[in-house]
Design a protein around this ligand. Structure first.
Ligand SMILES: NC(=O)c1ccc[n+]([C@@H]2O[C@H](COP(=O)([O-])OP(=O)(O)OC[C@H]3O[C@@H](n4cnc5c(N)ncnc54)[C@H](O)[C@@H]3O)[C@@H](O)[C@H]2O)c1
Length: 394
């Protein structure tokens, strides 16, 4: 790292890696080169064709198929590979003193997340987690309105994240369905991390929960149109009843098989004096109901995104023109760069990520045991050694 620039290694150039690569290019232009200018130094992907093509497309100085090479001559790494690779890469990166932006879910399990967090803390590097939707201006604005106090205390939260990328019962098997590669959590690992992060952002830590899960498409073809079929190893759907430490209550639901739902991350938060609501397919709008409005004028109003909402103004001068998914990744990268320059982590950091990992596992434990789990965010004790059970994400 020089006084002016931050050299990035991008590890994984698939769906989310591409968004990160675009963000490295965009962040200097959208926010300017201060405090540090992002430099696309090296891109690593196991798939040689993809590594070469994406490096060229995204303007990286060089590419490699070996992620270890991406730790050399960079200041920071973005970890955008399947979850089973997170721990090895993140611990090596932290040990080498590289700052880390790690995608969610962090590692295969809460044990692995804990190890990553410990390595980052010991190395005193800056870390961030890919909580994309927490960067959305209207979710930030919802928090601002809550903190201002006019709405009173949050009372109940209803959140969901539903998509239909696996709604087709014959959609082929992928790493996301394999517990060795994705972990014990399916829809919870993929989608639950986002809606739980939003629930905690608005309502605070979760103090108890009870969960339910379901796997409805129990086998899938090994590959497109190919027999035999392979057993799916994690859940398609999960739901949970939540109690927050503040006394608020809530529900969350996640589904990867919800026909017709493409990016349906949504919440409704009822407070003492009003309600906030947001739907992810309309991420640039926040619905606000204020109880004290005159009877003849009461109803939900729509607040369209504008330059009063955090970071929107850096992209567009006029209101309601909308930000998209890749813009949220640009904001995320901007926060990471600012945090590196300031020598701190991005909130929620890896310690908070461990808590979310434990909440996801507690939902599954609760579903399996038919029990309510208290203090689901707390670590059970000192990090246990890696076991066979952990190695397969169970
Ligand atoms: N924050 C978000 O909104 C969001 C969205 C999608 C995915 N994700 C997360 O990002 C991660 C990656 O997901 P994805 O959808 O991009 O997956 P993907 O399958 O589209 O891409 C993964 C890429 O990693 C590469 N890869 C695999 N093993 C590698 C290794 N050892 N070294 C180098 N490259 C390797 C693959 O070749 C592939 O190009 C996951 O943790 C996922 O949960 C986050």
């Amino acid at each position: 790292m020089t006084n002016e620039s931050l050299r990035f290694g991008l590890i994984g150039a698939g769906f989310i890696g591409q968004s990160h690569g675009l963000a490295i290019n965009a962040v200097n232009r959208v926010f300017g080169p201060r405090p540090l200018r992002a430099v696309a130094t090296v891109l690593a992907d196991l798939d040689e064709r993809r590594a070469r093509a994406q490096a060229e497309r995204l303007g990286f100085e060089r590419w490699t198929v070996d992620w270890r090479e991406a730790l050399e001559a960079v200041d920071a790494v973005i970890i955008a590979v399947p979850s089973f690779m997170h721990m090895e890469i993140a611990v090596a990166a932290a040990t080498a003193g590289k700052h880390i932006l790690c995608e969610k879910p962090v590692g295969l399990s809460s044990h692995q997340a804990t190890r990553i967090a410990a390595a980052a803390a010991a190395a005193e590097i800056t870390s961030a987690v890919g909580f994309t939707y927490l960067r959305a201006p209207m979710i930030r604005h919802a928090k601002t309105l809550l903190d201002r106090g006019d709405l009173g205390r949050p009372i109940h939260f209803r959140g969901r994240h539903a998509e239909d990328y696996l709604a087709d019962a014959d959609a082929p098997f992928s790493w996301r369905l394999d517990a060795k590669l994705a972990g014990r959590c399916g829809a919870l690992g993929d989608l639950g991390w986002h809606i739980i992060a939003i629930a905690r952002y608005l309502c605070g830590p979760i103090s108890s929960l009870s969960g339910l899960t379901g796997t409805f498409h129990r086998t899938r073809p090994e590959a497109e149109g190919v027999q035999p079929r392979r057993e799916v190893e994690n859940e398609d759907w999960a739901g949970a009843l939540l109690q927050f430490g503040t006394g608020a209550v809530g529900t969350i639901e996640v589904s990867r098989i919800a026909h017709g739902r493409k990016m349906d991350i949504a919440f409704e938060l009822v407070c003492e004096n009003g309600t906030l609501a947001l739907a992810g397919e309309r991420l640039n709008e926040l619905q606000l109901y204020i109880d004290s409005d005159p009877v003849g004028e009461s109803g939900f109003r729509t607040i369209h995104v504008n330059s009063a909402h955090p970071d929107y103004g850096a992209f567009v001068p006029a209101p309601a023109h909308g930000l998209g998914f890749n813009d949220l990744k640009t904001i995320e990268l901007r926060e990471f760069i600012v945090a590196v320059a300031a020598g701190r982590n991005v909130d929620p950091d890896l310690e908070q990520a461990c808590r979310i990992a434990r909440v996801c596992e507690a939902i599954i434990d609760s579903a399996e045991g038919g029990t309510t789990i208290t203090a689901p965010e707390q670590a059970p004790g000192p990090a246990a050694p890696v076991t066979d059970r952990e190695a397969v994400g169970r």
